[in-house]
Design a protein around this ligand. Structure first.
Ligand code: F6R
Length: 610
């Protein structure tokens, strides 16, 4: 979603803002802008399109200032154009505001301000907020107070940064529902919506919580709640390095992240498997293990790819630990008044840890008294902090909009949780040891699958002009089919659907003809023969069959048009391997179609609005 950066210090803020915006571009990118103030000069530059367009223009103009804020926008109110881009200004044009989120009562506020003589030039809720702050700033004669008082009238979600020509030695920031981080430097300070924009400058950060507002000068910061209570915020150290967020020689972040999976899965398992005991150890759940194992029910809630991981988790935990599991879209859960009992455990899975629907569902579950646990990638993210306990997946920064390495790391962590619970309930020591041993082999097996990259690239050539795709799998591999279809549609814009293979005959079979590619995920497992029958059904209707199969599977060769042979593993871990060829297939099809796979149209990496 939108990205926010800001700088105050002794250096020229313009390159710092541009660099920060580039690092945030993956979050949202239909327009970008900066607002800078130096002595008596205040300048806004904003453009439709990518940060590079803004960059070319500000460098041509040789702009310079020691205070500034910048924004990449992903449109919510009003189409992506120069007028609707951020920063927005008050009517006097001496106050700049950037905003991530949605002001829900902006129409009412707009009418009230219009009655007081304010004019509006854009369709955005942000311009309304800029003028509301202006109104209170004029009354209180203090920027910090003006922002704080204004926010008491605002309903909705926001991460904001405000600067004013009248007080050119400060940035005021506030947060509710959208992330905001202060980066602490020496005689200079930074703000951002994501630590990725800060790590080139500092590793010392302060996370704002909801309903907090902070005043930042070049020498320090102070924070209060919006209700005006004093706060003592602590500075935390972040461990992500600047190297981790470069493309590392790959053409796209997505390919780099696919290729990193042997390492990212290894990192998600590191130190968490005890082979001799046949158990897993998850520090983040310490003290909660028994309570989770004794839960009457586990609910897993998430969105998108993380929701697909949750579905695999359901199969894993029910089969091995024998605890009933329900999986629910966070966006549905939050508005459904779900039945939650005190003896339920609810996991929320989120790569970014900032997804608005997942965060809202978590808060709802917490209110209802369940044990609320997070499975997140981004350390210190809102969902991680709002959870009572949880597990980091340690996949490292994921920049490509299409989630890849986070998915396999989420599956790895769900397998670790499964072992933990199963061994406390009904899994024998011997079975635990076998599973732990098998998990240890997964990173090397992923590395082996990645050597098929060229072969999959060649295969992709044949399907560049396809307009539809079906993905079919059973059991653990039904969610893999969903994930394969999602990967393809989000980056190649080819319509794709995932189904449980046996469901095909209840409807989708009507779609099959010689133009329909059908991808089967068919490892050698208990339902293998059944899936082979489903392949025959597609072949009988002249569909083009691509099969992800195991190396030892000989039968499949005669049936399929194309086979990708990968190593086998136990059914519970198979999704981690089976999804890799599907990620590569989607990637290569999208590249061959000439599309921007890292920044697909209409999508944002971190969906911080409803
Ligand atoms: C798909 C994708 C999205 C996210 C979803 C949830 O490739 O990236 O479907 O999985 O928006 O995001 P997180 O996991 O950050 O909560």
């Amino acid at each position: 979603m939108c990205g926010i950066v800001g700088y105050i210090g002794n250096n020229n803020c313009v390159p710092i803002l541009i660099e920060g915006l580039k690092r945030l571009e993956y979050r949202g990118y239909d327009s970008a802008g900066i607002g800078i103030i130096d002595k008596n000069v205040s300048i806004i530059e904003k453009y439709k399109g990518k940060v590079s367009i803004l960059e070319d223009n500000v460098y041509k103009k040789k702009l310079s200032a020691t205070l500034g804020i910048g924004h990449t926008r992903w449109a919510t109110h009003g189409e992506p154009n120069k007028i609707n881009a951020h920063p927005h200004q008050n009517n006097d044009k001496d106050l700049f505001l950037i905003h991530n989120g949605i002001i829900e009562n902006y129409q009412i506020l707009k009418e009230l301000l219009a009655k007081k003589g304010y004019k509006f030039y854009s369709q955005t809720d942000t311009e309304v907020l800029a003028n509301l702050i202006d109104f209170h700033f004029k009354k209180t004669k203090d920027l910090f107070e003006g922002v704080r008082v204004a926010l008491n009238e605002v309903e909705g979600a926001y991460g904001i940064a405000v600067i004013s020509k009248k007080e050119p030695d400060k940035i005021v920031v506030a947060k509710k529902g959208s992330p905001l981080v202060i980066g602490v430097g020496r005689n200079e300070n930074y703000i951002a919506s994501d630590v990725n924009a800060l790590i080139a400058h500092t590793s010392r950060v302060v996370y704002l919580e909801d309903d907090e507002v902070a005043l930042i000068t070049k020498d320090g910061f102070k924070a209060r709640t919006i209700a005006n209570h004093k706060l003592d915020k602590t500075i935390e150290e972040i461990t992500v390095s600047a190297d981790e967020i470069t493309k590392g020689g790959y053409q796209h972040y997505m390919l780099k992240e696919i290729m990193e999976q042997p390492e990212s899965v290894r990192n998600s398992l590191r130190g968490r498997l005890l082979e001799k005991e046949g158990i897993s150890k998850l520090g983040g759940l310490q003290g909660f293990e028994d309570r989770i194992a004794q839960s009457d029910r586990i609910i897993i809630s998430a969105c998108g790819t993380s929701w697909h991981a949750a579905l695999v988790g359901e199969y894993m935990i029910e089969e091995y630990a024998g605890i009933p599991v329900e999986v629910e879209y966070a966006s549905e859960f939050r508005y459904r008044n779900p039945i939650i009992n005190p003896n339920d455990t609810i996991f929320f899975i989120s790569q970014s840890g900032e997804t608005a629907d997942t965060l809202a569902a978590l808060k709802e579950a917490k209110k209802k008294g369940a044990l609320v646990l997070g499975i997140c990638n981004v350390v210190g993210s809102s969902i991680a902090r709002a959870s009572e306990a949880g597990v980091y997946i340690h996949a490292g920064p994921e920049i490509g909009v299409a989630s890849t390495k986070a998915f396999t790391a989420q599956l790895s962590v769900l397998a670790l949780i499964t072992i933990l619970l199963a061994r406390k309930r009904r899994m024998s020591h011997m079975d635990g040891r076998k599973l732990v041993k098998e998990m240890d082999l997964i990173p090397d097996k992923i590395a082996k699958i990645l050597t098929l990259n060229k072969k999959i690239e060649k295969l992709a050539e044949k399907f560049v002009n396809a307009t539809n795709f079906l993905y079919l799998g059973r059991g653990y591999n039904f969610p893999v089919a969903l994930e394969g279809a999602l990967k393809l549609k989000e980056i190649s814009y080819i319509h794709a659907e995932g189904y449980p293979a046996a469901e095909m005959k209840h409807g989708p079979i009507a779609l099959i003809d010689e133009n329909m590619p059908v991808v089967f995920i068919a490892p050698l497992d208990a339902v293998h023969e059944k899936v082979l029958s489903n392949i025959q059904e597609v072949k009988a209707r002249k569909g083009k069959v691509i099969v992800i199969a195991n190396e030892l599977d000989k039968k499949v060769d005669k049936m399929a048009d194309h086979v990708i042979k990968i190593p086998s593993t136990c059914p519970l871990l198979a999704p981690i391997l089976n999804v890799i060829p599907l990620q590569l297939l989607a990637y290569h099809i999208a590249v061959k179609k000439g599309l921007n796979v890292d920044q697909p149209r209409n999508l944002a990496k971190s969906v911080t609005v409803e």
